[in-house]
Design a protein around this ligand. Structure first.
Ligand code: CAA
Length: 258
C-alpha cells in the first residue's frame, strides 16, 4: 500500500516505520493513525518481519494528536466516532515486538504512542510529556493509565497536571525508557536491538510479549500461573530442543519457529 504520512522499510526481518509529517511535527491525525495501523498489521502478518520499529524525526517522534483537526469537534463528535479507540485497539492486537525509537518531542498522543510500544529507546534529545492540560483537556490514549504504570502515581500526576516535559535521562531513571543513547546513535542502537530480537525464536518472542503484557492486566498469582503455563508450553517446540542443544554443543542456535 502507498502511504503519504509514514514510510515503511523492511530489511533483515525488521520493519522500520517512520512517521513523516515534518510540517506538523508528526502530529497524529486520522490519516496518519490509519496508515500507521495498516502498516503495523501488514508487518505483523508478513513472514519477512520479525520485529517492528516506530520512529519519527530528529525533532519530533510525535508532538501529539492533531490539535487543528480536533479543535472544532464536539463531545458528540468524539463520542460517536469513539476517537482514538480504533487505533489503540488495533495497536494492542499486534503480536510481534514493537520498539519506539524516540528523538525530540514525544508529547500527548506521541508519548502515548511510544508507551503503546513494547519498549522505548530514547535519544538524549527526547522530551516526553502529557501537556493536554494546557489545551483544556486531558490525555486520551493512555497518558493517565500507562504513564502511571511506568513511572508511578507521583510523577504521572506531576506530568499530567503541570504538563511539564521529562528529559530522556529522567525518563530512563523513572522506567519510561529502557535506555538512553546519544541522538546520533539512536537508529543504530535501536536497529541492533531489533536485529537481536529478530534472530530469536518467534514462539519465545511472542510468548514473552504476551506474558509481560499480562502482568498489567491481572493479579500476581494469576500472572505467575499464566507465565508458568506458557513456559511449559514452549517445551512442546522444536526451538526449545534446538536452543538447549545448541547451548550444550557450544554453537549458535538455528531457530525455525517450530
Ligand atoms: N497538532 C497539530 N499541529 C501541531 C502539533 C499538534 N499536536 N504540534 C505541533 N504542530 C504544528 C504547529 O502548529 C506548527 O505548524 P505551523 O507551522 O503550521 O504553525 C508546526 O507543527 C511546528 O510547531 P511549532 O512552531 O509550535 O514548533 P516549536 O518548536 O516552536 O514547538 C512544540 C514545538 C513545543 C512541540 C509545540 O509545537 C507544541 O507545544 N505542540 C503541541 C503539543 C501538545 O499540546 N500535544 C498534545 C496534543 S493533544 C493530544 O495528544 C491528546 C491525546 O492525548 C491523544
Amino acid at each position: 500500500m502507498a502511504y503519504e504520512m509514514i514510510t515503511v522499510d523492511t530489511e533483515d526481518y525488521v520493519a522500520l516505520i517512520r512517521l513523516n509529517r515534518p510540517d506538523a511535527l508528526n502530529a497524529l491525525n486520522t490519516q496518519l493513525l490509519a496508515e500507521l495501523c495498516t502498516a503495523l498489521e501488514e508487518a505483523d502478518a508478513s513472514e519477512k518481519v520479525r520485529c517492528i520499529v516506530i520512529t519519527g524525526s530528529e525533532k519530533a517522534f510525535a508532538a501529539g494528536a492533531d490539535i487543528k483537526e480536533m479543535s472544532e469537534k464536539s463531545f458528540v463528535d468524539v463520542f460517536t466516532e469513539n476517537m482514538f479507540a480504533d487505533a489503540s485497539d488495533r495497536m494492542m492486537r499486534i503480536r510481534k515486538p514493537l520498539i519506539a525509537a524516540v528523538a525530540g518531542y514525544a508529547l500527548g498522543g506521541g508519548c502515548e504512542l511510544a508507551m503503546a510500544c513494547d519498549f522505548i529507546i530514547a535519544a538524549d534529545t527526547a522530551k516526553f510529556g502529557q501537556p493536554e492540560i494546557n489545551l483544556g483537556v486531558m490525555a486520551g490514549m493512555g497518558g493517565s493509565q500507562r504513564l502511571t504504570r511506568f513511572v508511578g502515581k507521583s510523577k504521572a500526576m506531576d506530568m499530567n497536571l503541570t504538563g511539564r516535559f521529562m528529559t530522556a535521562e529522567e525518563a530512563e531513571r523513572s522506567g519510561l525508557a529502557s535506555r538512553v543513547v546519544p541522538a546520533k546513535k539512536l537508529m543504530e542502537e535501536t536497529m541492533s536491538a531489533a536485529q537481536k530480537i529478530a534472530e530469536k525464536s518467534m514462539l519465545s518472542v511472542m510468548a514473552i510479549k504476551e506474558s509481560v503484557n499480562r502482568s498489567y492486566e491481572t493479579t500476581l498469582s494469576e500472572g505467575l500461573l499464566f507465565e508458568r503455563r506458557v513456559f511449559h508450553s514452549l517445551f512442546a517446540t522444536e526451538d526449545q530442543k534446538e536452543g538447549m542443544n545448541a547451548f550444550m554443543e557450544k554453537r549458535q542456535p538455528q531457530f525455525r519457529d517450530r
